[in-house]
Design a protein around this ligand. Structure first.
Ligand code: 6R9
Length: 671
């Protein structure tokens, strides 16, 4: 009891407004416009929810440049409205996101570095100033227009993390086209299905990408993809390397060869605050990936605001979010938020262990990175390689270390704090999703690190009404308990729909627990009402921060003529966080050579989805454990794959309980 009390006192949930002011005044001038009765973070958080119109309205007026001011902050959409849910923010306001991200900084500070592109080639980076970015963006916007791209059109990207990708994203924002960035590790089939789903007429790619010294032929994959989807009109190719590529005179345009023919001025399209800004695919618990659509003003406002507040971002900082630009983390915290805040942002094209495990540290020293933002999987990989790799580097520029993508384990958190941060830096674990647009739960960087609890995301951000529900959908008292993490009210940066399927959006996120947004994650809250995310509660596996729907992998495995049925589950993995385990049953007539079949299945998943979705283990079983009603009991398979043989729970509804022994015995043999 005494111990608990000490912890509670030390970390007291009442972060005072004086502390907030000390750390944030320059970044949060709006504090003065909120009632004087607000005395703590909790008070302000409550105010931001109960008076969200005043809260977000004040920020939106202050922080964004508008062509025409909005006349209403929010349309009052409720999650419980399963018929007509349609959340709108800053109604009737007109703006252009590229003006907010580029023009206004170019006008004030043209020579400031906007982008630091850390190329794969060790030791090489390229700087792009706001003036250069402005010109690249506008030329690119004019090139896109010359290809017939108009407001509302979708443009597919299959690009490395590099300056040209950012310029192209901004160019889309400038002319009101939606970019749909497809991670450049996806197979040609995955790319084709995404091009097709959004009916993209234009694809932007590079001849090649280089990652960890390896050449990846992006253009070739695009060519294969558009064979499957011939209505793509043009492929715009950026020459990342000098190597030759197959040129299709009918469709291909080499960006580098034509860009200078276009004017470096392009009138920004006047966009409505609720027009779509971009779309991004993500995996869910059913087979087909979802193209989530983000809207203009709400997304950019909350992204930029959270970037400043949660990461304690100062205007001259160098922000190092070392993710791939093709994930939401890259969209929000490499591109949109740092640029909207007029910052300098790093584009990291390489791998943390190329050419050796000093890569991050050498980069931090050379680029003088102030905030580092990476995933726990990279941290664990670097721990495994040993501390010597850090020792000779000067990491004194670092002020804050962020983590994202999956739950951070205690060992990784403490190593991050002690070895990388040398106990001087604030550590923030940030929980959020493609759907949420920007971070949702994170410790604010106020006070000393001893006010941040290890391995916890802690505080719902301003405007975020996070609650825990029990299985029946009842709200739990948020104190020392566990439950399903849900959100009670819409927030500005929330995705608005799934491209082409609003009903699926409602069914996926709003129908499971009417009245709430269902995150798909579980969470614990402690006595101080601080959150610790425990992981997915649905059929989604998180491998190194990459979301993979079990159904997606099963769909592909089931296509094989060897396979009768499959069930895919996650299991704890030392470095990746979770690994993928596939239980499969064979067709009776299958001509069976285990090794050969595994090889074929792996190749199949790689070609249909991506390398990271390939299961780490395959186990051939005579049948899958099913309930009498025919549902696969995944819980049992998850326990077997996680070595938890004693925690099978209630298996009385299984059709054939003896299967568990068979599968367990085979599993033990495999391991
Ligand atoms: C930003 C991003 C979202 C899923 C999410 C959750 C997991 C992300 C986390 C975390 C524990 C964190 N996740 N951050 N789990 N702690 N700090 O990763 O978006 O790719 O859509 O993944 O990732 O399971 O639901 P996305």
């Amino acid at each position: 009891m005494l111990r608990l009390k000490c912890i509670s006192d030390k970390f007291g949930s009442r972060l005072t407004l004086i502390q907030l002011r000390t750390f944030l005044t320059a970044k949060f001038p709006e504090l003065d416009e909120f009632p004087k009765s607000i005395k703590s973070y909790d008070d302000l958080h409550k105010y931001s929810i109960e008076n969200s119109d005043h809260f977000w309205g004040t920020l939106a007026k202050n922080r964004l440049d508008w062509f025409k001011p909005f006349n209403k902050v929010n349309n009052g959409a409720k999650f419980g409205d399963l018929e007509n849910y349609n959340s709108q923010w800053f109604l009737d306001g007109k703006l252009n996101v590229s003006v907010n991200c580029v023009d206004r900084h170019y006008q004030k500070n043209p020579n400031k570095v906007a982008l630091l592109w850390e190329k794969d080639e060790p030791g090489f980076h390229e700087s792009v100033t706001y003036e250069q970015l402005y010109k690249m963006m506008n030329k690119m916007a004019n090139l896109l227009k010359s290809c017939g791209v108009q407001k509302g059109d979708r443009v597919a990207f299959y690009m490395p993390t590099c300056s040209m990708t950012v310029a192209c994203m901004m160019a889309c924002a400038r002319i009101g086209a939606l970019h749909s960035v497809v991670f450049a590790g996806f197979s040609s089939e995955s790319l084709a299905s995404r091009i097709n789903d959004a009916n993209c007429k234009i694809v932007i790619t590079a001849n090649q990408a280089i990652r960890g010294g390896k050449i990846i032929n992006l253009k070739k994959t695009v060519d294969e993809a558009i064979k499957l989807y011939p209505s793509v009109k043009n492929v715009l190719v950026y020459k990342r390397t000098e190597n030759k590529f197959e040129f299709n005179a009918e469709k291909d345009i080499v960006i580098d060869e034509v860009l200078d023919q276009f004017s470096s001025e392009c009138q920004p399209e006047i966009m409505d605050a609720n027009d779509p800004l971009f779309m991004l695919y993500t995996s869910g618990s059913t087979g087909k990936p979802k193209g989530l659509v983000h809207a203009q003003a709400g997304y950019i406002l909350q992204s930029a605001f959270s970037h400043q507040i949660a990461f304690n971002f100062e205007k001259d900082d160098v922000f190092g979010c070392l993710a791939d630009v093709g994930w939401i983390t890259g969209h929000t915290y490499i591109v949109y938020a740092p640029l909207c805040n007029g910052g300098t942002t790093v584009l990291f094209e390489s791998s943390p262990i190329y050419p050796n495990p000093s890569r991050y540290w050498e980069t931090i020293q050379r680029l003088k990175i102030n905030q580092l933002y990476i995933a726990p999987t990279s941290i664990r990989l670097l721990i495994k390689n040993g501390d010597e790799w850090l020792k000779k580097y000067d990491l004194s520029s670092l002020k804050l270390l962020g983590s994202v993508g999956e739950p951070i384990n205690h060992e990784a958190w403490h190593w991050y704090d002690e070895v990388v941060g040398q106990k001087r830096c604030k550590i923030i674990d940030t929980w959020w999703q493609t759907e949420t647009g920007s971070l949702m739960i994170a410790p604010l960087p106020c006070g000393k690190n001893d006010q941040i609890k290890p391995a916890m995301a802690m505080r719902p951000f301003f405007g975020i009404d996070a609650v825990l529900l029990d299985e029946k959908g009842n709200e739990k008292e948020p104190k020392n308990t566990e439950g399903i993490l849900c959100i009670k009210k819409p927030w500005p940066s929330m995705a608005r729909t799934i491209y082409g399927d609003h009903q699926r959006f409602i069914n996926t996120y709003l129908r499971p627990y009417p009245g709430y947004y269902f995150t798909g994650d579980g969470s614990h809250v402690d006595n101080d009402r601080h959150f610790q995310i425990t992981g997915r509660v649905d059929d989604v596996i998180n491998v190194s921060g990459h979301r993979i729907g079990t159904a997606e992998v099963e769909d592909v495995l089931d296509e094989s003529h060897h396979i009768s049925e499959s069930a895919v589950v996650g299991f704890p993995h030392d470095t990746l966080g979770e690994g993928i385990f596939a239980f499969v049953t064979l067709r009776n007539d299958a001509d069976f050579n285990e090794e050969q079949v595994v090889k074929e299945l792996k190749a199949l998943v790689k070609s249909k989805i991506a390398g990271y979705a390939v299961p780490h283990y395959f186990l051939f079983v005579s049948n899958l454990p099913k309930t009498r009603s025919g549902k696969i009991m995944r819980r049992v398979l998850r326990n077997i794959a996680s070595n938890k043989f004693d925690e099978m729970g209630d298996t009385s509804t299984l059709f054939d309980p003896s299967l568990i022994d068979e599968i367990t015995a085979k599993y033990k043999k495999l391991k």
